[in-house]
Design a protein around this ligand. Sequence first.
Ligand code: DX5
Ligand code: ZN
Length: 213
Amino acid sequence: MYVAPSVLSADFGNLQRDVEEICEAGCDLVHVDVMDGHFVPNLTIGPVVVSSIAKCATKPLDIHLMVQNNTFFVELFAPLKPEYISFHIEEEKHPHRLIQKIRSYGIKPAIVLNPHTPPESVEFLLADLDMVLLMSVNPGFGGQSFIDSVIPKAKRLNALRNKINPNCLIEVDGGVSDKNIHLLKEAGVDIVVAGSYVFKHADKKEAIQSLQI
Ligand code: DX5
Ligand code: ZN
């Protein structure tokens, strides 16, 4: 299991310290939550701060867009060369076109599904995707409780991607901890995002390793 700590739970007064700490502690990716105050009722960071994160991160960035105008934000973040850019299918009229655009920058495209969105909604996009991110909380805030229905949903998505595109990874975001990591692993999940669990832990290395099962 790969682990992507979410910097949303970092101390923004000591962002460089916290980003360096999770990278040194052995995380696999650095998860960056971009919120615009429209798609979700919260506002986070833009390209100025994300470029500072990119400079001090020694692990690749996993940018999660929670915004209304996806194309605008993809163009804004593409020069930072993240490993992944993921966008919400609920907010995109032309997901296939946007996948191609992200890939044209040499970035891996990913689609995010809110808790209510069925895994079959990406069936005809799976062949072109590098990752599907399943939200296990409602997007917008760190520190929420894990929504259990993501487990059967991940199992259904796992069956679908094994059939259509086994190279497409499954990521889960929200409320992830050592309490649900084994269920996620069994369901076929490849990457977990963990914000509060990692950042509230006194020993970040121990926290990250407890999820890398
Ligand atoms: C929520 C974000 C998550 C969040 C996860 O909208 O997408 O990445 O930071 O935080 P925890 O792990 O605390 O639920
Ligand atoms: Zn996220």
